[in-house]
Design a protein around this ligand. Structure first.
Ligand SMILES: [Cu+2]
Length: 155
């Protein structure tokens, strides 16, 4: 079979690029210890309501201006449905799900996670501006998905 010289160069270029990209991914994964986001803390999804700290979901004040918020995302609500924070608070959000995959997106912020059964996901945000922030599920989870939201009041 005859392959034109340019065709052969183009195939060599494609194979070389594939090797370069795979090498970059391999080096990043091993040398820089890069892993897929989240999924670092496991939880039994059938026992979320009995597993601390998700047995008492809500806001914890660690120190002045520092908070942790534990959320359970479930069909079709977030628990807690509302929290109130002072302006300037830094909050680490922890979220898990006992049923199906949900989204955890706080509008007007960069907090954007997935709530995956069996895993605890987390993200930290500092609320520098006051107002009412809408926490929404942005991962279709069933017939009541459009009603799945919560509020974060920052005053
Ligand atoms: Cu949803």
């Amino acid at each position: 079979m005859h392959i034109h010289r340019y065709e052969r160069w183009w195939m060599m270029f494609g194979i070389a690029m594939l090797i370069v990209f795979l090498a970059i991914i391999g080096v990043e994964a091993i040398v820089d210890n890069m892993n897929p986001p989240s999924g670092l803390r496991a939880i039994d999804p059938t026992r979320v309501a009995q597993t601390p700290p998700f047995d008492h979901p809500g806001l914890r004040n660690l120190s002045p201006g520092r908070y942790e918020a534990y959320y359970i995302a479930q069909v079709f609500s977030f628990n807690p449905s509302s929290i109130t924070l002072p302006v300037g608070s830094t909050v680490t959000f922890y979220v898990t799900s006992p049923d199906v995959v949900h989204g955890f997106y706080i509008a007007r912020t960069d907090v954007n996670m997935m709530a995956v059964p069996g895993w605890v996901n987390s993200d930290t945000h500092t609320f520098t501006r006051g107002g009412t922030y809408l926490l929404i599920c942005h991962e279709y989870c069933g017939a009541g998905h459009q009603n799945m939201f919560a509020k974060i009041e920052v005053r």
